[in-house]
Design a protein. Structure first.
Length: 304
């Protein structure tokens, strides 16, 4: 449960830093004459309060760009148009892929340094890094026009817009995207078996507010049992059998909840009362939704 809180905090922090970057670029970098120093003023004020605060905030914004660039590199490595180039997969990454991706990340570093030196020119004025990356690089013969017309900045906003659109619509057809993978993994005659949550027969319109909030918080995109069967058939599977295992799911949840409560003293001693209460609330909510028919458990078997 702690991981959910940490992930949630990191998500909120990432959104705040991303918005701050977008506003800062629009107000300070894009106009011919900056409308406002924005983050530069923030760093100066923090330095006035305590010098380490300004440096820490400056480092956080620069490091965030590096982390985002690394994430983008991993995404492009996993799926570069139609060709997979040196993908980074958990437990399946080759040494050559490590070396290539490390080289790409190291290549990104000077570009990020140059961008930060320009974005925080007020805060970093009279420093060697600003003189090199903030002045000399921007006036190199042959590429100065790129900075003069803000080509990189407009390309940056274009990538942000495309990424935002992809993120908003990602997951809507997740099961449809996975079906071809399931089919390709099996040899002819192979059988597919999977279990998953599913919606009641009426689908999303019949969900109560508790279930809707739960699905949104977990970023789940569920379909009805009938929709699962249709997708499996559309993927080329035969002998598709769907079983509603919700009753068995309820029994298992009750058994697990009873086991959790029986181990309360040892659990709270190891992890604390708050973690125990969060786990118990999660189990109780899942049990309540399953008993009400809001959160069903389906078993699918099919033949290739």
């Amino acid at each position: 449960m702690l991981s959910f809180w940490v992930t949630g905090f990191m998500g909120v922090a990432g959104i705040c830093i991303s918005l701050a970057w977008l506003v800062h670029i629009a107000v300070y970098l894009l106009p011919s004459y900056p409308l406002h120093p924005m983050l530069n003023d923030l760093f100066v004020v923090l330095d006035g309060a305590f010098s380490l605060l300004g440096v820490a905030a400056f480092s956080a914004f620069c490091l965030y760009l590096m982390v985002v660039a690394m994430k983008g590199n991993f995404i492009m490595g996993l799926d570069f148009v139609f060709i997979k180039l040196y993908p980074m997969r958990p437990g399946k990454t080759l040494m050559s892929a490590f070396l290539v991706n490390t080289g790409i990340i190291l290549t990104m570093a000077p570009a990020i340094i140059q961008f930060c030196s320009s974005a925080f020119a007020v805060y970093g004025s009279n420093t060697d890094i600003f003189d090199v990356f903030g002045n000399q690089v921007m006036y190199l013969q042959g590429i100065s026009w790129i900075y003069q017309f803000n080509i990189f900045l407009y390309a940056f906003y274009a990538v942000v817009f495309i990424s935002l659109v992809m993120t908003v619509f990602k997951g809507r057809k997740k099961w449809e995207r996975q079906r071809d993978k399931f089919h390709s993994w099996l040899k002819p005659g192979g059988r597919l078996l999977l279990t998953d949550y599913c919606l009641p027969p009426g689908g999303a319109p019949d969900l109560d507010s508790d279930t809707t909030s739960y699905l949104a918080a977990r970023r789940y995109h569920l379909v009805s049992l009938e929709a699962y069967e249709e997708v499996a058939v559309a993927a080329g599977f035969t002998e598709v059998v769907m079983r509603d295992q919700t009753d068995q799911f309820v029994v298992q949840l009750q058994r697990e909840l009873a086991g959790l409560r029986a181990q309360r003293p040892a659990f709270t001693a190891a992890y604390g009362v708050e973690v125990f209460d969060a786990c118990q609330a999660s189990w109780e909510g899942k049990l309540r939704r399953a008993q009400a028919g809001q959160q069903r458990w389906v078993l699918l078997t099919a033949l290739k």
